[in-house]
Ligand binder design. Sequence first.
Ligand code: ATP
Ligand code: MG
Length: 363
Amino acid sequence: MSNPSLLILPGDGIGPEVMAEVRRVIDWFGDKRGLKFDVSEDLVGGSAYDAHGTPLTDETMAKAQEVDAVLLGAVGGPKYDVLDFSVKPERGLLRLRKEMDLYANLRPAQCFDALADFSSLKKDVVAGLDIVIVRELTSGIYFGEPRGIIEEGNERVGINTQRYTESEIDRVARSAFELAMRRGKKLCSMEKANVMESGILWREVVTEVGKEYPEVELSHMYADAGAMQLCRWPKQFDVIVTDNLFGDLLSDAAAMLTGSLGMLPSASLGAPMANGRPKALYEPVHGSAPDIAGQGKANPIACILSFAMALRYSFDKGDEATRLEQAIENVLAKGYRTADLLGEEGKQPVSTSEMGTAILEAL
Ligand code: ATP
Ligand code: MG
């Protein structure tokens, strides 16, 4: 049997710096755990534009469709601000998401004990927090028609349309239930069925899909109440599923419960492939961070945790993913901090590669 395949797209800015540390981790799993991947690497974003005049070549797109998982660093940077919209670095990432039809965006908010003091919330609210928000990513108000700015009488009107089909709700609900089955078997669906028809349909369809997952305890919450509960006592949740717009807001809020952008991984999942696993792209939540690029300051943990998600969701290696997360927990407990994880304490931060080395040693 051939090895599972992984396409690595380091991208721009700190992307290549954090991805270099992930490559070391991948090599470690190959050498020490016999977990070999067929890894290929390609350009995306500004670096692809510099080499090929497009932020994503057709060859790279085709490759992304073939592999078991794609791991991406970050795209963009001030150098590319002048480019035409159609070739901006971000278009490369959008094309990947669109053509791979990655409709379920998973964003875990997980608080490592050693960083519980670092959150803006009280320690007992966040310590041990481990939840995942599933955000619908390819439909809803960001895509619905009609849209635009039109003239009406003597003023202009800005229009966007919240629109969800039953099948769009059904498929993201399934992703969320599948995830809940692998975790705490608890799912909370959030919408605003009190004021939105799309919310009424959302609730109906999620409830219907839920009948196929009787082991999962399903609850519903209005998204505004959900936002409040997420800040008040986030540990009441395990998996949350919500639409594109509410998910955008709720996942950003949940993310900040845990500390730094440099800690947050994400997965974007699509329809199941022949092997039963979903099409998938894994990436850190942070961007290319041009302000610190090229200085060895970037925190590689978000990108390494994204690889841990790949181990869990694309390669069915949950134990190995836990091993990696545990190594990161140990390193943080020992006090290793990149600059983003230090407040004003005046401690000396470790560099990107020193953090990578510490994680390898902990492994
Ligand atoms: P994008 O538009 O690509 O999302 P952005 O400028 O909006 O980029 P990020 O690149 O995500 O935002 O970063 C915001 C700031 O957070 C950066 O300027 C950087 O200082 C900090 N930051 C982001 N990621 C990391 C990281 N991995 N390690 C350390 N600091 C980071
Ligand atoms: Mg940003």
